[in-house]
Design a protein around this ligand. Structure first.
Ligand SMILES: *[C@@H]1O[C@H](CO)[C@@H](O)[C@H](O)[C@H]1NC(C)=O
Ligand SMILES: *[C@@H]1O[C@H](CO)[C@@H](O)[C@H](O)[C@H]1NC(C)=O
Ligand SMILES: *[C@@H]1O[C@H](CO)[C@@H](O)[C@H](O)[C@H]1NC(C)=O
Ligand SMILES: *[C@@H]1O[C@H](CO)[C@@H](O)[C@H](O)[C@H]1NC(C)=O
Ligand SMILES: *[C@@H]1O[C@H](CO)[C@@H](O)[C@H](O)[C@H]1NC(C)=O
Ligand SMILES: *[C@@H]1O[C@H](CO)[C@@H](O)[C@H](O)[C@H]1NC(C)=O
Ligand SMILES: *[C@@H]1O[C@H](CO)[C@@H](O)[C@H](O)[C@H]1NC(C)=O
Ligand SMILES: *[C@@H]1O[C@H](CO)[C@@H](O)[C@H](O)[C@H]1NC(C)=O
Ligand SMILES: *[C@@H]1O[C@H](CO)[C@@H](O)[C@H](O)[C@H]1NC(C)=O
Ligand SMILES: *[C@@H]1O[C@H](CO)[C@@H](O)[C@H](O)[C@H]1NC(C)=O
Ligand SMILES: *[C@@H]1O[C@H](CO)[C@@H](O)[C@H](O)[C@H]1NC(C)=O
Ligand SMILES: *[C@@H]1O[C@H](CO)[C@@H](O)[C@H](O)[C@H]1NC(C)=O
Length: 526
């Protein structure tokens, strides 16, 4: 109802730099099927002073009709294409991930050509703590209409509801850098899902409990990522603002480890967006981002299921600041092409849980030290001897074969658990081409910040020591609940070290960044 529909052509050029492909569905509903950057159509409106025109992609970007797909639809339907609404509409292509010809994986060993986050001249060092906006305390939610309705059946208020034509494009540096970070995430997921399929044999997938249909689901999820990468590239204004796919380095060697890594990576991909989407200047971008992250959230749950974890042991999914997502992602990107765009977000010093609960164990209480494989904050639980492993262990409560739901008799973690930590000092080169540098603006760490569901909590960091250039400490897993019956610390969640224990909630958590000394790390609470 909000879209101007030029249905005959199937494509509507908006006055903005983006266009929405409108599909007339068989039930007459109108749906925005894709957003494409349309360099040509923007030129007329871009003539006004100060307007930005997207650059053209270096590969064919115009919508086209796939005649084989049309024939296939016709043969199933048994009626002519001309009678099937939308069947002969041109469809926009996905952005090509092959521009850079990414075929290799592994670490980067070269020298960076540039270092550090994108930066200009910050105006201050911290955001002040302010009281609520007085206008936010006025509305009276008492069940009656406080203000005159603009039209029948529409209550007053809302953002973007006054008839202004939507512009599906980032509107500020905050928007741009947030969506650019999202695009870095979509690209690694596209590569990772394909890589998992290409790396393991059918026998190895079967042994982990996966059927051929499950493997097709992974392929389908990779295809979803190419759509997400296309959408985000276009929201960034096309090739002038988008960034290409990179080369990646993964820490797993077995199917179970691969899924454990992937359920962690998709967790920070999803939570990274929940952290910023409500802060975006562009409501239109937030709308489309929601529609991709809803899919991403399903992927995260499916990878938990493929790991044999309980699919969703929490009532709410948490959000994290962009700099947290970037800190978690960067170690897995080894290098990016010369024309890639650089990010403004912070890379914090790495934090590690030495006794990360091992999800491959029948009895995770027996997890020892360093039971992870590979490297980085999403390092997967390492496989254990067959007689201690829950993979392919057909005993209810002690099985972690791929399944819709595996109810663990012995939870992965518990309140009161002693958690042993190590963390790095700042100044280490990380991320694509080792070209970003870890940094902290915090004082000495004194607290462990636990971020899960709707809220945060702190536990004291104790027994701090330094050995061989690495810092060590420990803490006790807290016992907090979101609501009665919903222990807050569960699932794949986030911890970090801070110098103070100020309160934060979902909407102001990014203000904690100047207090983060190390982390975040993905703690496998359940
Ligand atoms: C509800 O709140 C509005 C705004 O304060 C007020 O005008 C209205 O009388 C209230 N209605 C009831 C039933 O309390
Ligand atoms: C409609 O709302 C937008 C903000 O969402 C505002 O910038 C614009 O001026 C409004 N237009 C009218 C006609 O009120
Ligand atoms: C990163 O390294 C690769 C491989 O050496 C190189 O091709 C690429 O241009 C580098 N990227 C940047 C941004 O310097
Ligand atoms: C699990 O491991 C803990 C710690 O070794 C042990 O106390 C407990 O008895 C074990 N539980 C089962 C069911 O094996
Ligand atoms: C675990 O790893 C840490 C850091 O690499 C190391 O200091 C510690 O000795 C290891 N512990 C065991 C039991 O291997
Ligand atoms: C599993 O087998 C190994 C020997 O291969 C043994 O050391 C270990 O104690 C066994 N674990 C259990 C829980 O029986
Ligand atoms: C698991 O065990 C049950 C009952 O013991 C049996 O019916 C089922 O076939 C087994 N499943 C597999 C995958 O071996
Ligand atoms: C599920 O696991 C919990 C422990 O986490 C246990 O209390 C409960 O009895 C289990 N339910 C079933 C049906 O196995
Ligand atoms: C996490 O949730 C699962 C499923 O409800 C439950 O069995 C487990 O005890 C919970 N773990 C923690 C640490 O609360
Ligand atoms: C968040 O948790 C803190 C304590 O951990 C509690 O005091 C506060 O009321 C909680 N806030 C919300 C909004 O749940
Ligand atoms: C801290 O370390 C000391 C000595 O190594 C030990 O006695 C103490 O139990 C540790 N504290 C905690 C909370 O584990
Ligand atoms: C964050 O917001 C909560 C309210 O949800 C407020 O109590 C808290 O003081 C804020 N934290 C900071 C550091 O401003």
């Amino acid at each position: 109802m909000f879209f101007r529909a030029g249905l005959a052509a199937g494509l509507v050029s908006t006055a903005s730099a983006a266009a929405i492909t409108i599909t007339q569905l068989s039930d007459g509903q109108i749906q925005a099927a894709a957003v494409t950057a349309t360099p040509g159509s923007a030129s007329a409106s871009a003539s006004a002073a100060g307007q930005y025109s997207p650059l053209p992609y270096s590969y064919p970007q115009s919508p086209s009709v796939n005649s084989a797909a049309v024939s296939s639809v016709v043969s199933v339907a048994g009626i002519p294409a001309s009678e099937i609404p939308g069947a002969t509409n041109a469809i926009p292509p996905v952005i090509s991930s092959q521009v850079t010809g990414v075929t290799s994986h592994g670490p980067f060993s070269g020298t960076p050509t540039t270092t550090g986050a994108v930066s200009n001249s910050p105006l201050a060092t911290a955001i002040p703590m302010l009281p609520p906006n007085p206008t936010a305390l006025v509305y009276n939610p008492n069940g009656t209409l406080n203000d005159p309705q603009p039209i029948p059946y529409q209550p007053a208020g809302g953002l973007g509801t006054n008839g202004t034509e939507p512009v599906y494009r980032v509107q500020s540096d905050f928007d741009y850098e947030s969506v650019l970070l999202g695009l870095y995430q979509e690209w690694i997921e596209l590569d990772l899902f394909h890589y998992i399929l290409a790396t393991f044999s059918e026998e190895e997938f079967t042994a982990a409990g996966l059927t051929p249909s499950d493997r097709f689901l992974i392929e389908f999820m990779a295809d979803q990522e190419s759509g997400h990468a296309t959408l985000l590239s276009n929201l960034l204004g096309g090739p002038g603002g988008a960034t290409p796919q990179c080369t990646y380095n993964y820490p797993f060697t077995t199917v179970h480890e691969a899924f454990d890594f992937t359920q962690k990576l998709t967790r920070f991909g999803e939570s990274g967006v929940w952290g910023f989407q409500s802060h975006l200047d562009s409501r239109e971008v937030a709308q489309l981002l929601d529609q991709s992250i809803a899919t991403e959230a399903r992927q995260q749950m499916i990878f938990r299921q493929f790991s044999g974890l309980f699919p969703m042991p929490v009532w709410f999914e948490t959000g994290i600041p962009q700099s947290w997502a970037w800190t978690l992602l960067a170690p897995y990107i080894s290098s990016c092409p010369a024309d890639s765009k650089r990010l403004a977000w912070q890379n914090f010093p790495a934090l590690n849980v030495l006794n990360q609960p091992n999800s491959a164990r029948r009895n995770a209480t027996q997890t020892g030290f360093n039971e992870t494989t590979g490297f980085g904050p999403a390092a997967p639980s390492s496989d254990v001897p067959v007689n201690e492993s829950c993979v392919a262990n057909n005993v209810t409560g002690f099985d972690c074969s791929a399944s819709i739901s595996q109810n663990r008799s012995i939870p992965l973690s518990f309140p009161g658990r002693e958690v042993f930590l190590s963390w790095e000092n700042p100044g280490k080169a990380v991320g694509p081409n080792n070209s970003y540098v870890t940094d902290t603006k915090a004082g000495a760490p004194a607290w462990v910040l636990w971020v899960s569901q709707l809220n945060i909590t702190y536990s004291p960091l104790t027994n701090i020591s330094v050995q061989g250039g690495l810092n060590y400490g420990q803490t006790i897993q807290p016992d907090v609940s979101t609501y009665e019956g919903d222990p807050a610390i569960n699932g794949t969640m986030f911890i970090a070290l801070t110098d103070v224990n100020l309160p934060y909630t979902a909407f102001n958590l990014s203000n904690v960044n100047p207090h983060v000394a190390a982390g975040p790390f993905l703690y496998q609470a359940g």
